[in-house]
Design a protein. Structure first.
Ligand SMILES: NC(=O)c1ccc[n+]([C@@H]2O[C@H](COP(=O)([O-])OP(=O)(O)OC[C@H]3O[C@@H](n4cnc5c(N)ncnc54)[C@H](OP(=O)(O)O)[C@@H]3O)[C@@H](O)[C@H]2O)c1
Length: 274
């Protein structure tokens, strides 16, 4: 190993999430310190060219002697990948995984003893730097390791921490959450079409309303119930709509849906652990 490469970061798996994270890695440490590998060589080479990072023909070459290995392959592929890279993991190399349902214990058992492992649940708005990524340290990961991972992921959006036992709930809220919000945008736009608006206008109104409302909720820091009350004048249109949502159990449906998602995350995690 070249001593200059001890600070390198390896990204294994350059798919949708991997590429979003790659953009953040380049911003954090510079393209010259990043190497990537991927199962699809042609695709991986194109990603490496686009981001001006080093392409590696094998995962072992990518992981060899680097400071951080970031695993961004599908959960079902993690066990084989860990076996592939384990002999190349140097002392002190931090291994980060974004694979849903893969516990830090799962990786620790397959990597050299003492390897610091950090589990991360990102979400797709990371592709435009507006995501939220939630970190959990494994048994060997220190506050310093978490700080390093936090800096590497800063370009994906907001970075938070949680005890690993809550990662399935996090998956159900922020991991799957963008899909629920897209569902709401679609439903709201459909309502506009029912009311006679053109599809284009209805969709633009729906997505801009969700964008502005989320930005306002974040900027004001006020509880969403307070913000909602402010736009609900007594006997007015908004309160009539909210009553209909309550009567149809929409709030309860969101809670039940998220519960289903974290039960499914638990089931998938249990299957992977075998
Ligand atoms: N997308 C999301 O919303 C989201 C949110 C949170 C977390 N995640 C997690 O992010 C991870 C990646 O998801 P994704 O949506 O980015 O998947 P993806 O687009 O399918 O990308 C995964 C990439 O990894 C490659 N790969 C698979 N096995 C490999 C191996 N052994 N060595 C090297 N490369 C390998 C795949 O190539 P091949 O096609 O050749 O296998 C593919 O290019 C998953 O574990 C997922 O749980 C995703």
């Amino acid at each position: 190993m070249n001593p200059d490469q001890r600070d390198d970061v390896a990204l294994i798996g350059a798919g949708v999430m991997g590429e979003a994270i790659l953009t953040s890695l380049v911003a954090a440490v510079g393209a010259h310190r990043i190497r990537i590998s991927d199962g699809r060589a042609e695709h991986g080479r194109a990603v490496a060219r686009a981001h001006r990072v080093r392409w590696c023909e094998s995962n072992a070459e990518a992981a060899d002697g680097v400071a951080v290995v970031l695993i961004a392959v599908k959960p079902k592929d993690v066990a084989a990948l860990a076996a592939d890279i384990s002999p190349r993991i140097a002392e002190g190399t931090v291994v980060v995984s974004i694979a849903a349902g893969i516990t830090t214990g799962f990786l620790e058992a397959r990597l050299p003893a003492g390897t610091p492992v950090v589990r991360v649940m990102p979400n797709t708005p990371a592709t435009i730097g507006q995501g939220v990524s939630v970190l959990s340290p494994g048994a060997e990961a220190s506050a310093e390791h978490l700080g390093l991972v936090e800096r590497l992921l800063a370009g994906t959006g907001t970075v938070l921490q949680v005890d690993e036992r809550y990662q399935d709930v996090v998956t159900a809220i922020s991991g799957s959450g963008p899909a629920y919000v897209f569902y709401v945008i679609d439903a709201l736009a459909e309502a506009g079409v029912v009311g006679g608006l053109s599809r284009d206008l209805a969709l633009e109104l729906a997505r801009r309303t969700v964008l502005g409302s989320a930005a306002m909720a974040v900027a004001s820091g006020e509880h969403p119930a307070v913000l909602r009350e402010r736009v609900s004048s007594p006997g007015g249109t908004t309160v009539a709509a909210i009553r209909e949502l309550d009567e149809r159990g929409v709030r309860a449906a969101f809670i039940a849906a998220a519960e289903k998602a974290w039960q499914r995350a638990e089931e998938l995690g249990a299957q992977l652990d075998h």
